[in-house]
Write a protein that binds this ligand. Structure first.
Ligand SMILES: [Zn+2]
Length: 422
């Protein structure tokens, strides 16, 4: 299922509360939290803007709804300062969304502890069959089957604003909304096995493991990955952003068109593509032929990794030097200056790419996973013994599966226990 989220307005906006809340910033954060949750659930999620400052027209925002299953424009409300509550607009053309909108409003208002103003519609003054809000009308012109505009609270009300000012509360609103979305627009209809979501999280692990299997050092892997992240966000089907507009194709459309042969200019179009954004015609042609010889999509991650590795081997001594690097920065610069050779190779770019690499190093370079897990497992057993948890198995699985972000909850439980027993 494809979901498009539209963070209302652009930062900084005039839509502010009395205590510093800015609607554009709050909705930017809310949309990103919601995106993370839905991606984790296997949804394909896009935002209508790539920075909080960006301000596409309402029509352009709605146009993102093309080929999507759900479009939501996220807002907070304003009135007279005393009104509070949540309300959810559904399209005048989609009466079947009434219950979805009603449940959405109920979920948000019960979380925020304010008024449930319910499901609403607002028709255009020009046509009773069109929506008043142009962002909704535009999304409907793309035939999107579910279109909502959500108002989560009133930012000019002191109590609602106080709630919206806390990032953790925005996260909770995102969770409440996600639960309603999963109920009405489930991702896996009639299919109980959850497919592996295509997320950069997974790509991260795949790329790390691939380079590890080629015996690269952790410094080298991190340096290479920082560069790949800078080039493509680790996305193998990434078409250089400005060309998405020029060619009128998304990453997916371009990849498909190259794969099925309907687009024949792959090698010669000078558009950066793939994890390291191959651009030159000879390299793109070799990549294309390689993909064909492997019977793989041009956007296949493993194919691209093997191709990149084969290319690296042709740079005399580079693999050796990468592996002899004594830091992520050293490895990152070797990859940047010898292999990637982007237009901007300034110290600033070098630092930035190395800093991306450092984050992979910190995440994946583990001295001895088994030992460090054992220390945490022992701690969990101790916590179970003092009756904070019924069973430690759930948390041990959390650690084994590497979902370390959920450990926050465990530590919260434990610190609450300590507070109440001291
Ligand atoms: Zn708004």
């Amino acid at each position: 299922m494809r979901v498009v989220l539209d963070p209302g307005h652009a930062y900084p906006s005039a839509n502010r509360g009395g205590n510093g809340y800015d609607e554009s910033l709050g909705m930017w954060k809310l949309c990103n939290y919601l995106k993370d949750i839905l991606v984790e659930q296997g949804y394909d999620v896009a935002l209508t803007k790539s920075t909080k400052e960006e301000n596409p027209s309402l029509t352009a925002r709605g146009a993102f709804a093309k080929n999507s299953d759900l479009f939501i424009s996220e807002h907070s409300n304003a009135a007279n300062g005393s009104a509070r509550g949540a309300e959810v607009y559904r399209s005048v053309q989609l009466p079947n969304d009434q219950q979805l909108a009603a449940d959405m409003s109920k979920a948000i208002s019960s979380l925020m502890g304010n008024t449930n103003r319910g499901a609403k519609t607002r028709q255009s003054t020009k046509s009773a069959t069109s929506d008043y809000y142009s962002v909704m009308a535009s999304a409907r012109r793309q035939n999107c089957p579910h279109v909502l505009l959500i108002e989560s609270g009133f930012h000019d009300n002191v109590e609602d604003e106080a709630f919206l000012l806390v990032d953790d509360n925005l996260k909770k609103i995102a969770e409440a909304q996600a639960n309603v979305i999963m109920k009405y627009i489930p991702n896996y209809v009639g299919n109980t096995t959850k497919p592996t979501p295509i997320t950069t999280q997974n790509n991260e692990q795949i790329i790390w493991d691939f380079l590890k299997s080629k015996n690269f050092s952790d410094f080298a892997i991190s340096g290479i990955m920082g560069n790949i992240f800078a080039e493509s966000g680790l996305k193998p089907n990434n078409l250089q952003n400005n060309f998405e507009k020029t060619l009128g194709m998304t990453d997916d459309q371009y990849t498909q068109a190259v794969d099925n042969g309907s687009y024949a200019n792959f090698a010669t179009d000078s558009c950066g593509y793939g994890i390291v954004q191959w651009t030159y015609s000879s390299r793109k042609l070799t990549l294309l032929n390689y993909a064909k010889s492997q019977n793989k999509s041009i956007g296949d991650l493993n194919m691209q990794l093997n191709f990149m590795y084969n290319e690296l081997l042709t740079y005399k001594g580079l693999v050796d030097m990468l592996n002899k690097s004594q830091s992520v920065l050293e490895a990152s610069n070797l990859f940047l200056l010898n292999y990637e050779k982007p237009a901007d190779q300034s110290p600033k770019v070098q630092q930035l790419r190395a800093s991306y690499g450092e984050s992979y190093y910190n995440k994946y370079h583990v001295v001895n996973t088994t030992d460090s897990n054992q220390i945490v497992f022992d701690a969990i057993d101790t916590i179970v013994q003092v009756n904070v948890l019924n069973s430690g198995d759930y948390w041990k699985n959390v650690i084994k599966e590497g979902k370390l972000q959920y450990l926050d909850q465990l530590f919260l439980n434990f610190s609450n226990y300590v507070k109440t027993h001291n």
